[in-house]
Structure formats: structure tokens, C-alpha cells
Design a binder for this molecule. Structure first.
Ligand code: BES
Ligand code: ZN
Length: 602
């Protein structure tokens, strides 16, 4: 049971515990990068020109760095050498870089190169790509990895514009979270501009053998040539999504919305890099059943990229709003039955997460305490789905009409600014609750934000379709044969509900019977495979092992591999198998995924 909580006295200007920078003294306004992409040495090398405003006459500009090799720093247009020092190395955070600038200086130039194992960057061999012919590299800056490839004020509360000159091998295409070209430049030289201010975690780069296809007036997809056709089919509704999102919460602020489909090592489902979402190929299911992910990353163009969590303790303001918005886009495009299905699956996942973390755990509060911790620790279903259901609960209390007016105003009044939990509470009180205690008592804001678990007033969603799918799982457990189950016309999500409704530890005969009829082991859908393999692992079902190994070797998406390794380490044979597979699969995982699996297997 959640305890009633008192309103908390939290800071309206809470400092960012994951950044050394002091933006209140001197703040970055623009970064210009000039970098060479070296696939042989696995590094980026060149310089960053940083414009800043010295607000207090400070004697230094403080930046975040991690594993950067800096050879020289100059100040001013005439590039006078300037003294710089590093602070002590701090776990997760790297090192402060102090640049001792003269009075009146507002530009420094930092000559540097990245480490071959820079945590944000992943360098792939041709064999690790779909086309198998060319190498590929991409970045993942969220949450605090931008500092491993760009010296910057690496907290989400600081926004700046950026531009870049990138040189890469001449047959490849370079893309950034910025204005992109759609054609390969034969000289390997690309210029980028991001005219709207963004937080550092949204800086991104990808270089590989990719081609572009346009869908509508401002949408398109980049992918490796051998993947492009399938991506075009999968994302056919992208323009409609962008238009629907704009109708809901205000004009799209970023010009174009494109998606790049990366090789399967990409550690996340998607990353909302402005103008260019990075996406995993595991959503290319062939039947458009996993495109909610595009709605999600697109929704971040408002919740996150426009109005940004001020610190990672406020992460729910990014992800909870985005989950809510994602669902509204899906509902607008595909109807409420579909949207309800997504909500029910999400809510069930939230319940498991709360169970796993413990329903009194402070990590189940929306407002997090991540000091001295890796912000990654807070990036789970609490921010996403508890956050989403908080907003759905508010909507159910005030009605959709008022909710939408409120959200539209929230996005437009805070565009290109950051937002923290204390400010949001004040804004909600002023603009939606208006001192109405009856409404406040129904919303129970403090229980959601500062209390554990799922508050008792949570809005609940039902899906008749998913109930039917769950009932078929029950029927199977009661002895019905697979061929007797009513599965005709099931979507991916009904299959997922079916698999999730089966208890752990089915007999080998039960697994074999299901597999014979429904061919789960050979499914082309990664979501289904992930749920299915959890059953085959729990039942030590050997005929699925080869496919499982293939899956773990090819796919680096953390959401899939983590539950599988977790299931494997529960038994001795499982752990031995996991260790064997990981020994060769690890090179195909991005550092953030390696980190998690290293911890699991140690
Ligand atoms: N911004 C996140 C990904 C992220 C979060 C990267 C925290 C690093 C740290 C992105 O928008 C996201 O939420 N992706 C989800 C997909 C979504 C449909 C829930 C994912 O990757 O699974
Ligand atoms: Zn997200």
C-alpha cells in the first residue's frame, strides 16, 4: 500500500548532480565541431569551438569531459593559448575541465581526440552491418555520454545551438541530429547546422553506407541499401504521425523529422535525436506492428527536446509525458482499441517493475534521487509508465478537453526551456488545479511524485482483445491443445499477451507443442522472440538454443538481451551457456549494454 506523503520541499533551481559545469556562472551558447572520423583508429579527432556567455565575470569556463585527449586550448578569435586543468576523475562522471579565460573572452577552441573506447561511440565492422561491406559508427549520448565525444556542459538543463564540419571516408554518408543532406558526398565532407538550441544529450552522429527515402513533405528514412525497402514499407505512416502530433500539441518545431535505422547493435529501441531519430532494426517486423516506437520518439520532439527535464532526477518529465503523447498519437491514427492494447501491456510491465523494485522503494517515486549513481539506474518503467499513468489519471479527473488545452499551453510556454519537478508542480497547480481541493484530492499529486508504487487512484485501462488472448493462455494451461486455441487473426500484441499470461516453467512437452503449432522459435518478430525465449530458458528447452544464441549474438538492444541473460543466469547450465555466448556476442553490444551484462554475469 502506498503511504500518504507530505508535499516535499524541493528546490526550484536544483543543481545537476551529474555535471561539473556551473552554467549559472558561464554558459555555452554554441558549439562548432570540426572532426575527422577515423575508422582505422576508432576515434574522432579535430576541434570544438565553443561560444559562451560569461555571466558573472568568472575566471574559468567549466566543462564536462570523459576520456578525451586534449592537446591544446586557445581563447578568442586570434587563438591565444590558454591554461587549462582537469579535476579528479569521478565514477560515471569523468573529469571537470577548467579553462582559465581572460576577462571579456567568449570563445575557446579545444583541440582533442576521443578514446578508441569512448563510451558514447560504437564502431562496427562491415560484418556487423546489414550490407556486410562497409564499416559503420554511431553515437548514443543520453544520458551523460556526450562528454565522451564532445567537451561540453553535459547536463540536460543547458541548451545551445551547434554546427559541424565532419570528414569521413568518401563512400560513406555522415548524418547528425541537425539539418542533413540526403545524398552521399563523394569527397566525404559534410556540413551540419542545428539552429535550434538543444541539450548536449541530443547531439548525435552516425556514419555508414546509408541511403534516403522521402515519405512526405518533411519526413523520410535513412537505412542501409539492403534494408531500405523494408523500412519504407514499415514506416509508411510517418508523415501522418508527424501531422497528427502537431494537431495535438502544437506545430512541429524542428523542420524535418527523419529516422535512421541503425545496425542491430544499437542499444535502445529508439533515441529521439532532434530531426533524426535513431532506431533499432528490431522494429522492422514486416507488418508495421511495432511502429509505436516512431510515435514515441516523435513525441519527444515536444516532451524532451522542446521542454526538457532539467536534471536526470526529473527524467519522468521527459519519458512519462512522451509515453502519454505516444499513446495519443497511436489512438489518433489507429483508434482506441489499439491504443488501449498498448496501455494495458505497459501497465502490466509497470506492475512487474514495481514488484521487482519493491513497492516501498524510493526508486518507484517519479521524482528520483540519483546523486552518486549512474543516471542509467533511474531509467526504467517508473519514469515511463508510472509517469504516463499519472498524466492519464489527471486527464480522467479534469477531462480530455482541459488536459489538451493545458498540455498545448505547457509546451508552447516552455518551448526551448527546461523543466524540473518543482516547477511542473507549481505550473499544474496554477494552470489546471486552480486551488480546487476536490480536484487536487482526486489527483493526489504527491502520492505519484513523492510516493512509492502505483497510487490507488490510478486510472485503469481494459482491453477486451487482450483479455481474450489471456483467456487462451488459461485454456492451454487447463489442457486445451494448441490447435484448439482461438488465435485467428491475432496481432503481435495479442501474441505477447498470450505469452506473458503463460506461467514460468512450462513442461518441455507444453513448449514443444506450442512451438510446433505456432513456430515461435522461428518468429521474425523480436518482441515475440524475447518473450518466447524467456519461456524456453525457464524450461531448459534445448531445441530453441541455437536460435537463442543467434538472437543474442545479432541483437544488441538492451531491452531484449537483459531479460534473457537474467533468465539464463538463474541456473548453472544457463549461466554457462550465457557466459559462452557473451564471450563472442559482447563485441556486438554498445558500451551501455556491455555495462549491464558485465554486471549481470560477474
Ligand atoms: N530517450 C529514450 C532512450 C534512452 C533513455 C536512452 C535513457 C538513454 C537513456 C528513448 O526515447 C526511449 O524511450 N526508447 C525506448 C522506446 C520506447 C518506445 C519506450 C527504447 O529504447 O526501448
Ligand atoms: Zn523515450
Amino acid at each position: 500500500m502506498s503511504q500518504p506523503t507530505q508535499p516535499q520541499n524541493i528546490d526550484h533551481n536544483e543543481p545537476d548532480v551529474h555535471s561539473f559545469a556551473k552554467p549559472e556562472e558561464a554558459i555555452i551558447t554554441h558549439i562548432h565541431l570540426n572532426l575527422n572520423v577515423d575508422f582505422d583508429k576508432h576515434l574522432l579527432m579535430g576541434f570544438a569551438k565553443i561560444n559562451f556567455k560569461n555571466l558573472t565575470g568568472a575566471d574559468r569556463l567549466i566543462l564536462d569531459t570523459r576520456d578525451l585527449e586534449i592537446s591544446r586550448i586557445t581563447q578568442g578569435d586570434d587563438e591565444r593559448d590558454v591554461k587549462f586543468t582537469f579535476g579528479d576523475e569521478v565514477k560515471f562522471l569523468g573529469k571537470a575541465l577548467n579553462i582559465f579565460v581572460d576577462k571579456g573572452v567568449s570563445l575557446v577552441t579545444i583541440y582533442y581526440k576521443t578514446a578508441p573506447d569512448a563510451a558514447a561511440l560504437m564502431w562496427l565492422t562491415p560484418e556487423q552491418t546489414a550490407g556486410k561491406q562497409f564499416p559503420f559508427m554511431f553515437s548514443q549520448s543520453q544520458a551523460i555520454l556526450a562528454r565522451t565525444w564532445v567537451p561540453c556542459q553535459d547536463g540536460p538543463g543547458v541548451k545551445f545551438t551547434y554546427s559541424a564540419d565532419i570528414t569521413c571516408p568518401s563512400n560513406l554518408m555522415a548524418l547528425m541530429s541537425a539539418e542533413n543532406d540526403t545524398l552521399v558526398h563523394k569527397d566525404g565532407k559534410y556540413h551540419f547546422n542545428m539552429p535550434q538550441p538543444i541539450s548536449s544529450y541530443l547531439m548525435a552522429i552516425a556514419v555508414g553506407d546509408v541511403r534516403f527515402h522521402a515519405f512526405g513533405k518533411n519526413t523520410g528514412v535513412y537505412a542501409e541499401p539492403v534494408m531500405l525497402e523494408r523500412c519504407i514499407y514499415e514506416f509508411e505512416d510517418m508523415q501522418k504521425m508527424v501531422d497528427a502530433a502537431g494537431e495535438l500539441y502544437g506545430e512541429y518545431a524542428w523542420g524535418r523529422y527523419d529516422v535512421i535505422v541503425l545496425p542491430p547493435s544499437f542499444p535502445f529501441g529508439g533515441m529521439e535525436n532532434p530531426r533524426l531519430t535513431f532506431a533499432t532494426p528490431t522494429i522492422i517486423a514486416g507488418d508495421r506492428s511495432l511502429v509505436a516506437l516512431v510515435a514515441h520518439e516523435l513525441a519527444h520532439s515536444w516532451s524532451g527536446n522542446l521542454v526538457t527535464n532539467a536534471t536526470w532526477n526529473d527524467f519522468w518529465l521527459n519519458e512519462g509525458f512522451t509515453m502519454y503523447f505516444e499513446n495519443r498519437i497511436m489512438e489518433k491514427l489507429y483508434g482506441s482499441d489499439y491504443a488501449d492494447i498498448l496501455d494495458v501491456l505497459g501497465f502490466n510491465e509497470l506492475e512487474s517493475t514495481v514488484k521487482e523494485l519493491g513497492d516501498t522503494s524510493a526508486d518507484t517515486h517519479l521524482y528520483l534521487q540519483l546523486k552518486d549513481r549512474d543516471p542509467d539506474d533511474g531509467m526504467n518503467d517508473i519514469a515511463y509508465i508510472k509517469g504516463q499513468f499519472f498524466l492519464k489519471t489527471i486527464e480522467s479527473v479534469v477531462g480530455r478537453e482541459k488536459m489538451d488545452v493545458f498540455l498545448k499551453k505547457y509546451f508552447s510556454e516552455h518551448a526551448f526551456q527546461s523543466m524540473n519537478t518543482a516547477k511542473f508542480i507549481a505550473y499544474l497547480n496554477e494552470n489546471l488545479i486552480h486551488g480546487d481541493t476536490a480536484v487536487a484530492n482526486k489527483i493526489k499529486m504527491n502520492d505519484w511524485i513523492f510516493g512509492p508504487g502505483i497510487p490507488s487512484n490510478s486510472f485503469r485501462v481494459n482491453s477486451v482483445l487482450l483479455e481474450k488472448a489471456a483467456s487462451q493462455a488459461k485454456a492451454f494451461m487447463a489442457g486445451a491443445l494448441p490447435k484448439e486455441l482461438e488465435t485467428k487473426g491475432w496481432s503481435t500484441h495479442e501474441w505477447l499477451q498470450f505469452l506473458r499470461s503463460l506461467p514460468e516453467g512450462l513442461s518441455k512437452d507444453q513448449i514443444a507443442a506450442l512451438d510446433k503449432k505456432f513456430h515461435f522459435t522461428n518468429s521474425g518478430n523480436c518482441e515475440i522472440l524475447c518473450d518466447w525465449f524467456q519461456h524456453t530458458i525457464a524450461s531448459s528447452y534445448l531445441p530453441a538454443e541455437a536460435q537463442l544464441e543467434l538472437f543474442l549474438t545479432n541483437v544488441g538492444r538492451r531491452k531484449f538481451i537483459v531479460p534473457l541473460y537474467k533468465a539464463l543466469v538463474k541456473t548453472q547450465e544457463g549461466k554457462a551457456f550465457a557466459t559462452k555466448v557473451y564471450a563472442h556476442a559482447r563485441v556486438g553490444y554498445h558500451s551501455v549494454a556491455q555495462q549491464t551484462i558485465d554486471d549481470l554475469l560477474k
